[in-house]
Write a protein that binds this ligand. Structure first.
Ligand code: F6P
Length: 368
């Protein structure tokens, strides 16, 4: 009998082999994108290792926190993961600059290193509040092309060069550090999942052509925010909670991991809908999640896997960013559910009538 646990899965293409095959489709390409994606894969391997022995290493398990540019606590591992992304990607001559959740200003590739044509945006450790409890976290990334005059060296790169809508992404993906480490990637032709195989240290293609199921009976939302939700969101959740007795005529399950990467991965594997909608909790903010390095990459992945990603009012990929750390309401996953939620946002009658819904009325389950 073949011992699957001690032998490498030689028959499964590695990330490098997959990227080389993809590149054959673009004879004019010189391999810079591939090189960048392999560097990102390398960063993710290092972060995966760091997470693996975190509790054994005082430096890594340090939970003393700084406040980052988002006004959120920053753990030692957030900082180290950010440094890992920079170190792994800055030396190959593929990049011009990097925007990260952990840095207020873009990191410009130093002049003594070769410059390339891409801009990298990333959240090096998403869901990091889960670190202390040893639960799922991930890294999210996305690649844009820099403007031509920047590539040609006619002017320095600026913050504004990153303000590109999601539909201009060249590639996007995430790594999830769960029981196994996976890298899930799109370069615009499907979504492919690679599992880190310990014997060779390679990411191997275990999940080709991932597809989001069209229909689902699973939703994920932080229900503690229900009193701040807009009427269309209240209506949708109310209908899910009414289950087989309500207008949907079927029972739903709820999930909340508090790590968007983990929720996105679950949805790519078995369907579902995730919502962190715009709400009235912090009226000055448009939402909780960041447009450039959280919502946009997930939108590219969802759409390449047959799912949808919306603000509630329209596709995330059309939103023109105004700031690099801008936040936005995000709803993604199974196309049937996201379309339904969008239709509730477009139906203004629902908005007012739903304030009176039994679940949100004075004695309701999610009382306003
Ligand atoms: O980046 C923000 C994040 O950690 C997401 O991964 C996650 O979906 C969300 O915050 C969790 O938010 P909350 O703390 O409101 O549950």
């Amino acid at each position: 009998m073949k011992n699957n646990f001690t032998m490498s899965n030689w028959e499964l293409p590695t990330l490098a082999q997959y990227l080389i095959e993809e590149r054959r489709r673009y004879p004019e390409s010189i391999g810079e994108l591939n090189s960048l994606l392999l560097d990102i894969g390398c960063a993710c391997k290092v972060i995966s290792k760091m997470l693996g022995y975190m509790s054994l290493c005082t430096e890594l398990s340090d939970v003393s926190t700084e406040i980052n540019v988002q006004g959120e606590s920053q753990k030692a591992l957030d900082v180290l993961s950010n440094e890992t992304f920079i170190e792994a990607t800055q030396r190959s001559g593929n990049l011009v600059a990097i925007v990260s959740e952990e840095m207020e200003e873009p990191y410009v590739i130093p002049k003594n290193l070769a410059q390339g044509k891409y801009l990298l945006v990333h959240d090096p450790l998403d869901g990091s509040s889960n670190i202390d409890v040893n639960a799922g976290v991930g890294s999210i990334f996305s690649v844009f092309r820099a403007p031509e005059d920047v590539i040609e060296g006619r002017r320095p790169v600026s913050k504004e060069d990153f303000l590109q809508p999601g539909k201009q992404q060249i590639a996007a993906g995430y790594a999830i550090y769960g029981p196994s480490t996976m890298l899930v990637l799109t370069v615009g032709r499907g979504v492919h999942g690679f599992t880190l195989e310990p014997y060779t240290g390679e990411f191997r293609l275990t999940h080709p052509n991932m597809q989001v199921h069209k229909a689902t009976n699973e939703f994920a939302i932080n229900a503690s925010n229900s009193r701040f939700w807009e009427a269309p969101v209240k209506r949708y959740i109310d209908e899910c909670l009414s289950g087989s007795l309500g207008p949907r005529g079927k029972d739903f399950n709820m999930r909340w991991v508090a790590s968007m990467v983990a929720e996105a991965h679950r949805i790519l594997i078995r369907g579902g809908v995730f919502m962190y909608p715009r709400d009235s909790k912090n009226p000055e903010k448009q939402g909780r999640l960041r447009l450039l390095y959280e919502a946009s990459p997930i939108a590219m992945l969802m759409e390449n896997a047959g799912g949808m990603c919306s603000t509630g009012y329209g596709p995330i990929h059309d939103v023109e960013p105004e700031q690099v750390h801008q936040r936005i309401g995000v709803i993604f996953g199974s196309a049937e559910e996201v379309s339904l939620i969008e239709s509730y946002h477009h139906n203004t009658e629902d908005q007012s009538s739903y304030e009176e819904s039994p679940l949100f009325a004075v004695r309701g389950l999610f009382r306003k």
